[in-house]
Design a protein around this ligand. Structure first.
Ligand code: MN
Length: 426
């Protein structure tokens, strides 16, 4: 795919260690951070450092490319910058690339704006406006259909005609590292509903896309306008209580089984950094309606994995067991189609909207949820401490990892999403 100057694989940075760190100069993801209890502000990761964008703006580093750089990066998060739109995103990215490159001609290019990541606390990167979760993996929809509706056609009649989705709860989207309290709720019992802590607490490995530029109410956004509205990507863990979900979901869809917490990564990878990772999507049959047709390749070649460890493993310093490695490029419905479908009725986009892909599942052994990975709990996983898992136990820690590039290109590490399960409050 086409490179612009900022994704040129030959670029090197003067920041020590950045080139092979997963956060090389071709990446430049955005987040929100604070140091020693100071005010949260916007930053860009390079190697093991953060460019403090508020300091850089006050040092006039962006005066040539933004009308009001101090306002763009005033904090308390990325939202004011996201609202500026694609021309501003592109100019700031190009300017940062120029300031951080090994052969930069600027004198003291960063001034005092570099902060070690080790000194920083990372926060939710942007104010989540609306949160929509799709259901775009053919393998996932097929697996779940088989488990929830045994004996019936696993795909409902609408599935190949539109990207199915639901509106989630924006206010409970949390940043990676936030503990997740096991939800309590109603579930089906042998003699009517039972109430208690969920016994089938699960994960969903997803990729989320962050909207920057709003759209007008009543005006659909066509697939070709994806770059005008979507700023970047994060990893998402759509925590799910399967027992609560199975009892409540018909006829209006997921509700309390998913709204207790959704975790996202702290660094937003710009869509511009993922341009070289665009590949052809799998064929869609039957053909989609005209408003969903996409002219460019918009599958993304991202490598994803799920790691799981028990409290005992964490205490012993044992690494995560990798339990699945799904392939994001096989997703049936792509980002521009999700965007077009979400707005085809005239619903408008807001800065900070989060569009999650839905669980990303591959073949047997590479599913994106425990529900599928353990065949509904029938085939438990054995962890390296000898314990068995169908669903999550209290104290379990989950990590979602992702990367782009490799194979002659710099590897970009999508920031991890972690979360530890705490017991239900009594
Ligand atoms: Mn989901």
């Amino acid at each position: 795919m086409a490179d612009d100057a900022t994704t040129d694989p030959a670029l090197r940075s003067w920041v020590p260690g950045a080139d092979d760190s997963g956060f090389p100069i071709q990446h430049l993801p955005y987040g929100t951070f604070s140091v020693a209890g100071d005010h949260p502000r916007a930053g860009v990761a390079i190697g093991d450092q953060i460019v403090d964008l508020a300091v850089a703006a006050r040092a006039k580093l962006f005066d040539a490319v933004l009308h009001d750089p101090v306002a763009a990066f005033r904090g308390p998060d990325l939202t004011p910058f996201l609202a500026l739109g694609p021309a501003a995103w592109q100019r700031v990215r190009a300017e940062l690339s120029d300031l951080l490159r090994a052969d930069s001609t600027r004198s003291r290019p960063m001034g005092d704006a570099l902060v070690p990541q080790a000194d920083a606390t990372l926060h939710l990167p942007f104010a989540v406006a609306d949160y929509v979760d799709f259901y775009s993996s053919l393998e996932h929809a097929t697996n779940v259909g088989r488990l929830f509706r045994p004996g019936a056609d696993p795909l409902l009649p609408n599935w190949r005609h539109l990207p199915v989705g639901y509106h989630g709860r924006a206010g409970t989207v949390v940043v990676s590292g936030t503990p997740v309290v096991r939800p309590a709720g109603q579930a089906a019992g042998p003699e009517g509903p039972v109430f208690g802590p969920s016994r089938r607490l699960d994960i969903e490995l997803e990729v989320g896309f962050v909207v920057g530029t709003p759209s007008l109410l009543g005006r659909p956004v066509p697939p070709a306008a994806v770059r005008e509205h979507v700023f970047g990507a994060v990893l998402v863990n759509d925590w799910s209580a399967r027992d609560i979900q199975a009892w409540e979901y018909q006829p209006l869809g997921p509700f309390l089984g998913k709204s207790f917490a959704t975790s996202i990564s702290p660094w937003v990878t710009p869509l511009a950094a993922l341009e070289p990772s665009r590949v052809d999507a799998r064929p869609q049959e039957p053909p989609v309606l005209p408003y969903l047709r996409v002219d460019e390749p918009w599958a993304l070649d991202l490598h994803l994995e799920i790691g799981l460890r028990s409290a005992g493993m964490a205490a012993a310093g044992t690494p995560f067991d990798v339990i699945s490695r799904p392939d994001f490029a096989r997703l049936y419905w792509t980002l521009p189609q999700q965007l077009a479908h979400l707005t085809v009725n005239g619903a408008s986009l807001r800065t900070g909207d989060l569009l999650a892909s839905g669980t990303v599942s591959g073949d047997r052994g590479d599913e994106g949820s425990l529900l599928e990975r353990t065949l509904g709990g029938r085939e438990p996983l054995r962890l390296s401490d000898g314990s068995e898992r169908t669903f999550l136990a209290d104290g379990d820690e989950v990590v979602l990892r992702g990367s782009a590039g490799g194979g002659g290109r710099p590897r970009l590490t999508l920031a991890e999403v972690t979360g530890t399960i705490l017991p239900t409050h009594r």
